[in-house]
Design a protein around this ligand. Structure first.
Ligand SMILES: Cc1ncc(C[n+]2csc(CCOP(=O)(O)OP(=O)(O)O)c2C)c(N)n1
Ligand SMILES: [Mg+2]
Length: 403
């Protein structure tokens, strides 16, 4: 899939009149293109009825400063190792984790590239597989871990679990367990921005399954009509639980859906953080200029099972032996892991070397471990306050064990 997309990105011809290619800034660094090597590329564009070709992905990504690149890489590391930390805690079984956990591992370049193009005061709305979105938008690891353990120190004071983590102060309008609703919430936030005359943008993330409901279409229709500063990002990992996407929708590229509403729509290689950033930057510029919404489909892969830790092992990346996908595919996806690709690009740029990379990874793992210790020390919430923020009365005890 990735090579197919890359092969469509061999030119730097403009995209369409309504979504012009980002202004060429020239290469900030001579070595930038070489640094990206095989990871550059991967943007395919759906515009009107024709499939056009986008500019090279590195072209828009050259505006990223060294500091920003390192920040994006550090966040990708945090996202990966925090989730690996949660996986290990669950598999060791010494601690109780509550709620359901959907690992984002393998998909991190999508959150990294998209949120890397946002400002702090922009909004995101996430879905059930959203830990990576939160971490990239500045989510606090201690509070996230404590929420996974259902502790008072958690984001939701221990009453939400993974799928309800929210931090409005950071523009994170919540993860959400209802598939598809993120898009209508994102469009609503974009409407709010427009009414207030703000310059922010609102971004909704959803899986490939999220396009199969009315919230998605309602969000796009209204965003197009009112030219809302809205970007809908579809993370197409090829499955809805265990059902292949090809069995649930008639189009091959989900970006095709936007064309009926005249929304600039892109399909991008979601394993290539630079390609994702490039296309997102274009969408963000368009939204801030008052030109309206963009639809982005990022083709990606999840390395673990839909939810929980079936067939996962401590110290092994990815879950093998699941009945609905082949191990061969999983090996191929892992060979295209966005994390080492990003690391190698930064090494080629001279921003990292193996020693520095190892030190950075060790530091991130330390932060993850500290967050787990924070969670362990945090008290269980009082059952009496369980219903204090909802329209009901009584007590609530944690009952659903993470599975
Ligand atoms: C409205 C709704 N229908 C069904 C479900 C049950 N459900 C939870 S996750 C999921 C699959 C979602 O697939 P996708 O959107 O592709 O996201 P992915 O899990 O692949 O990241 C389903 C059907 C739900 N949570 N909400
Ligand atoms: Mg999916």
């Amino acid at each position: 899939m990735a090579s197919e997309l890359s092969s469509e990105n061999q030119t730097d011809s403009p995209v369409t009149a309504e979504s012009p290619a980002a202004p060429r800034k020239g290469l900030r660094r001579r070595s930038f293109m070489q640094a990206l090597g095989g990871v550059a590329g991967g943007v395919a564009v759906m515009a009107g009825a024709t499939r056009a070709k986008a500019g090279n992905s590195w072209d828009s990504a050259t505006d990223l400063s060294d500091e920003k690149l390192m920040e994006m890489y550090t966040k990708m590391l945090k996202s990966r190792w925090w989730e690996e930390g949660m996986k290990d805690v669950f598999l060791k079984g010494d601690d109780k984790m509550y709620g359901v956990c959907h690992l984002y591992i393998g998909e991190e370049a999508v959150a990294g590239g998209c949120i890397g193009a946002l400002n702090d005061d922009d909004y995101i709305v996430s879905h059930h597989r959203g830990h990576g979105h939160l971490i990239n938008k500045g989510g606090d690891l201690d509070k996230m871990s404590a929420e996974m353990f259902f502790r008072e120190g958690g984001y939701n004071k221990g009453f939400g679990g993974s799928m309800h983590i929210t931090d409005v102060s950071k523009g994170i309008l919540g993860m959400n367990g209802i598939v598809g609703v993120s898009h209508i919430l994102g469009a609503g936030a974009a409407y709010g921005i427009k009414v207030r005359g703000g310059k922010q943008v609102a971004v909704s993330f959803g899986g490939d399954g999220s396009v199969n409901n009315g919230w998605f279409y309602g969000a796009l229709r209204n965003a197009a009509l009112y030219k809302l500063p809205f970007i809908s990002v579809i993370e197409n990992n090829g499955f809805q639980v265990a059902i292949p996407t090809t069995e649930t929708i008639s189009v091959r590229d989900l970006s095709q859906i936007g064309k009926g509403l005249d929304i600039p729509s892109y399909t991008v290689d979601g394993q290539d953080i630079f390609a994702v950033y490039a296309v997102m930057k274009r969408a963000v510029d368009r939204a801030r200029n008052g030109e309206g919404p963009t639809l982005i489909e990022a083709k990606t892969h999840r390395f673990y099972d839909h939810a929980g830790m079936a067939r996962a092992k401590i110290g092994t990346l990815g879950a093998f032996g699941l009945p609905y996908r082949s191990d061969r595919d999983v090996h191929a996806w892992i060979a295209n892991d966005p994390l080492p690709k990003f690391k190698n690009a930064l090494i080629n740029l001279g921003l990292l070397d193996e020693k520095k990379a190892a030190a950075l990874e060790a530091d991130v793992k330390k932060q993850v471990q500290a967050s787990i210790e924070f969670a362990r020390k945090s008290p269980m919430p009082k059952q009496e306050i369980g219903l204090s923020n909802v329209f009901a009365q009584g007590t609530v005890s944690p009952s659903q064990l993470h599975a």
